[in-house]
Design a protein around this ligand. Sequence first.
Ligand code: IPM
Ligand code: MG
Length: 357
Amino acid sequence: MKKKIALLAGDGVGPEVTWEAVKVLKKVGEKFNHQFIFQEGLIGSIAIDKTGGPLPSETLKLCKSSDAVLFGAIGDPKYDNNPEAKIRPEQGLLKLRKSLELFANIRPIILFKNLSEISPLKKERVEGVDMVVVRELTGGIYFGQPRLRKNKGNIAVDTSIYSKEEVINIANVAFNLAQKRQKRVTSVDKANVLETSRLWRETVEKVARSFPSVILNHMFVDNAAMQIIKNPAQFDVILTENMFGDILTDEASVISGSIGLLPSASIGKKYSLFEPIHGAYNKAAGKNTANPLATILSIVMMLRISFRMGDEAKIVEKAIEKFIKSGYRTPDIKDKNTPENKILGTKETGDKIVSYI
Ligand code: IPM
Ligand code: MG
């Protein structure tokens, strides 16, 4: 098969981890006789430096003419510490999600065999954890209007809006996924306070009727934040809105031991984008220390979801398992018992995975 992949490496450690994933994909292509064609586009802080905006129109065009997008990371501390900045790297990613209508963000919380010791939670607590967060990605408070300052800047307004249709779309994704898994959906909202959450809850209830084999329960977001730490194994599919999903997925990522291990897929009706859930981590940029496994796992999701290449995905997954089983570690997942010669850099990790494929 021939597939065009847009590479948006972005900022910080983004380019390093993206490059390792490309190496892996090239190897998969060789082995299975696929032609993967890579084309790079600018996004984020580096795009602002070079073009004045975080998402140049050429980048958007490139994404729309590709079969899938591989995204590295964006962000730069020079913007984080400057609340006055009108143009920000994150706007690039948000605009991309909106323009490609990537309404469903799928974030599996994977627990690797042989790695449960790096979880900050007790072993008996993380045993059996296997959950996926389905986060609505193009609505809610991230995009609602008005968003403004008034009274000489002393009052700020953000708006959370959801339509019934948006909730139906994302709920369908969650229920379809649950049907192929443990058949349980936990819908997370704040229906005791928010109107959008009440619409959310009543709509999710209706969608659930089309999936009689799936058990639905509702949980308030504050309680969910607690339950994810207290008893993470209770969850199968968590379904939630944009901002709650943003917060809960960072929280849940801690269970696996490192955010450097977790991939994600952002899916729309026409386009799809795959990215590690970690950020740009600019401090580590260029140091060959970032963990490329989250990006390589994002490739696994791309192969499976966008290209329907199940065997190819399996082989990459197996290579990652072998890497960990053989005792290799990147700096973020090493522990005090890891021998020096088993700690690999970004490039060496990519090379090892490629050699196992
Ligand atoms: C994420 C990130 C983004 C978000 C930022 C970079 C805009 O935190 O993908 O979780 O808030 O959605
Ligand atoms: Mg986030």
